[in-house]
Unconditional design. Structure first.
Length: 336
């Protein structure tokens, strides 16, 4: 079936900033992933335009900067991918849930169970939340999704869902080793049912994040979230993280500053666009949020949502770059 990708891509040209829209012929060839709002939610200003307003110190090869174990993270990704498809209602869906929780033994873990009322009928969904208490009053959320597309054959989602599921497990190792955090409480959230069941729309997508944002708003927890950092499709060996203009500007600046500490700022925000992803239900409710996504997976995004989304397209180096940047971002946020 036709699953067109509709994204507001913002292109730089000699005449300035132009909003570029794919024509219908191009859209018909491009698999859908995240559909944009008609216009960005946040103020239309890139990190580079705002650079004069923020000091960024670049320290190449800083030995004191926090670092993930990218080899271990990549092993987690392999194990997730080896489970096979992870779509709603599939055998792999339950297996990946059990796998994630097996790596979180001894941690404070919550199963956030909900019903996803999809065009194919109701499915049980399950967000997995690991909580690491801090001394400061507030929560930093690091999130991803673990599901793959419903009805896709031979599709394992190595980059889309797999790469970030593994990286979040590596974050758990790092945070766990710290013991009681001096900074904010950190939540790691593995969202379920991010993908559309039939065709991406406001109603048929983001089931898990919509559910959790609504639940946290009702119980008053939402207002405690200081920052929400979403990761998606960041294992690509040819890494280039989009600057999502629907993400909060000051939090984009924090990410860019963190990347600069490792000399990795060139991997971030060279392209701008408006992305709808699991952060949007939180952004719409006033939570500062940023989406770290590389939405150029192969030439013209050719590997995305195809059987070619496999482990050979990924690199531990990309996991290292993004993982280190997120850890440093947490450190910067703890200081605020």
């Amino acid at each position: 079936m036709n699953r067109p990708r509709r994204i507001l891509a913002v292109c730089l040209c000699a005449l300035g900033l132009l909003a570029c829209k794919s024509n219908s012929a191009t859209e018909a060839k491009t698999p859908e992933k995240k559909s944009p709002h008609a216009k960005p939610i946040q103020e239309f200003q890139s990190v580079h335009q705002a650079q004069a307003k923020v000091e960024v110190s670049v320290s190449m090869h800083d030995s004191t900067a926090p670092k993930v174990d990218s080899k271990r993270a990549m092993q987690y990704v392999r194990e997730v991918v080896n489970i096979g498809p992870r779509s709603l209602g599939s055998p792999g869906h339950k297996k990946v849930q059990d796998y994630i929780k097996s790596k979180l033994q001894g941690d404070q873990v919550e199963d956030d169970v909900f019903t996803a009322n999809t065009p194919a009928g109701p499915f049980e969904g399950r967000n997995i939340i690991a909580k690491y208490p801090g001394k400061k009053d507030g929560i930093i959320v690091l999130a991803s999704h673990y599901d793959t597309n419903y009805g896709f054959k031979n599709y394992v989602g190595a980059n889309d869902g797999g790469s970030t599921t593994g990286l979040l497990l590596e974050f758990a190792n790092h945070i766990r080793q710290q013991g009681q955090r001096e900074g904010y409480t950190v939540w790691l959230v593995w969202f379920d049912a991010e993908e559309a069941v039939r065709e991406w729309s406001e109603a048929d997508s983001l089931y898990g994040s919509r559910h959790l944002s609504e639940r946290l708003q009702k119980d008053g927890t939402l207002k405690k979230i200081k920052a929400f950092i979403l990761l998606d499709m960041i294992g690509d060996a040819d890494l280039s993280v989009e600057e999502d203009m629907n993400s909060t500007l000051w939090l984009r600046q924090v990410i860019y500053q963190a990347a600069s500490r490792y000399g990795n700022q060139s991997y971030f925000f060279q392209r701008q666009g408006g992305i709808v992803d699991d952060h949007i239900p939180f952004v719409e409710k006033g939570v500062p949020a940023v989406d770290l996504i590389d939405f150029e997976y192969g030439y013209a995004n050719v590997y995305h949502h195809t059987p070619q989304d496999t482990l050979d397209k990924l690199s531990p180096r990309s996991l290292q770059i993004v993982g280190d940047t997120v850890l440093e971002s947490i450190r910067l946020l703890d200081e605020k």
